[in-house]
Write a protein that binds this ligand. Sequence first.
Ligand SMILES: *[C@@H]1O[C@H](CO)[C@@H](O)[C@H](O)[C@H]1NC(C)=O
Ligand SMILES: *[C@@H]1O[C@H](CO)[C@@H](O)[C@H](O)[C@H]1NC(C)=O
Ligand SMILES: *[C@@H]1O[C@H](CO)[C@@H](O)[C@H](O)[C@H]1NC(C)=O
Ligand SMILES: *[C@@H]1O[C@H](CO)[C@@H](O)[C@H](O)[C@H]1NC(C)=O
Length: 502
Amino acid sequence: MSRSGMDHISLFCLNICLFCASSASPPNFVFLFADDLGFGDLGCYGHPSTLTPNLDRLAAGGLRFTDFYCTSPVCSPSRASLLTGRYQTRSGIYPGVLYPGSIGGLPLNETTIAEVLKPLGYATAAVGKWHLGLGANGTFLPTKQGFDQYLGIPYSHDQGPCQNLTCFPPDVKCFGTCDVDTVMVPLMYNEVIKQQPVNFLKLEEAYSHFATNFISTSVKKKQPFFLYYPSHHTHYPQYAGSGAAGRSLRGPFGDALLEFDNTIGNLLTTLENTGVINNTLVFFTSDNGPELMRMSRGGNAGCLKCGKGTTYEGGMREPAIAYWPGTIRPGVTHEMASTLDILPTFASLAGAKLPQVMLDGVDMTDILVRQGKSKRETMMFYPEDPSEKYGLFALRLGKYKAHFYTQGSTHSGLTPDHDCTVFAALKPHDPPLIFDLEADPSENYPLPLDDLQALLVNIKKVKEQFEASMVFGESQISKGSDPNLEPCCDPQCAPKPTCCLC
Ligand SMILES: *[C@@H]1O[C@H](CO)[C@@H](O)[C@H](O)[C@H]1NC(C)=O
Ligand SMILES: *[C@@H]1O[C@H](CO)[C@@H](O)[C@H](O)[C@H]1NC(C)=O
Ligand SMILES: *[C@@H]1O[C@H](CO)[C@@H](O)[C@H](O)[C@H]1NC(C)=O
Ligand SMILES: *[C@@H]1O[C@H](CO)[C@@H](O)[C@H](O)[C@H]1NC(C)=O
């Protein structure tokens, strides 16, 4: 984001004065993002053996969404949309995901939530999985995208060899091999590698400590804050330290989820003890659906069809909880909302200016604080590898979902439903397959189209209007990878990647 120094100063003054007049301080934001966690994975969404006492507490005291969507069935694009309020196709975070040596990343001229809040004097920190690029000399790290501080693994924790690493105490090796022929996953503080490979048994403790410390310090400085915590839990390979290992009924996935839940408990306690719990919006959701190919070590989409990698509901409809005692009334909402809406909503609640770009998100403050209606009427579904040639794979309009293309995915393999697996080849549907998601959330029964001609015309119109507004940004992921860009704690060592150990 480029803005002249002068603009910066005048914006800052304006907002300080706004808050003087109202004598209220702007709200703090804590955004919690789970990884590959499905619609059916939390206790409060009906999972029988999951143990998520703190998330269940947030749901009981907050607003639980039934119709909340991320924008992509895989990690990097979903994160790009969340942080920018724009479909990933605009920012170029497609096809697929970024790699440790990727040349591209989230373009620096995109405006992130952190950059929206910074001019109002917010302290900003990111902790956990970034996955929006590193680039040469850390060009694309969180500290270049509006975050004052960052602690984490800058991509997926399976994007480095893991077969000799310990994932559970006392010395249970990680399940599988993860990505071989690349550097061991590093733990970074800001732009510096602190540990390589990362110690999975101590990782969550480090994150929890960093995050609670960030909250306490910001409160002490009387600074409003934005904490972005994209967790590695519950992505493959699952790991957990001694506080959670073996403590859930659900095996490795359950233990990993419990460890994340424990940290959420620590964050809530810190918000209470520092006296800001009633002035903080805590929001939880997940980046995409469950990776069903991991079988019982993967997540669960509940009653929804398929999972990660697909544009069925299981790939992109997610659990979501908004918690803000005294401001958000406890309950359940069936209003449609999306990670795209987080940026405009936080901006609205903070009194921040929206970036002057084409936004796909809408302000959902009415849903949160007034039990109001959603301004969102549609949700667009792009596959893992969007292209201008195919365009949208599916579109939701009100309660109806139309599939123009369907396709299975490796990520959703090993399920009894053949539509989910990689053997379900790309299939066009003209006219589209239509489902009524209220009567049939599992997308089992395509509707007969005889009585739906008016709806079909409307869907076609909405699709055409949307696609006419879509300018695909230059693909950052197609720029490819350079092994020399993989982060190494000893840049001079040889031979890479195996020598990168500190
Ligand atoms: C960022 O810069 C690229 C390359 O100049 C341009 O195509 C794109 O539209 C810009 N994005 C924004 C959000 O301004
Ligand atoms: C990173 O920065 C250093 C020092 O400025 C420079 O020598 C090096 O070429 C840069 N590396 C890349 C990959 O651009
Ligand atoms: C893991 O350890 C085994 C046995 O020491 C070794 O042969 C193998 O190369 C190691 N693999 C990696 C990826 O480090
Ligand atoms: C938050 O609000 C509740 C209900 O009004 C009150 O009981 C509690 O003491 C408040 N907590 C803090 C830390 O201000």
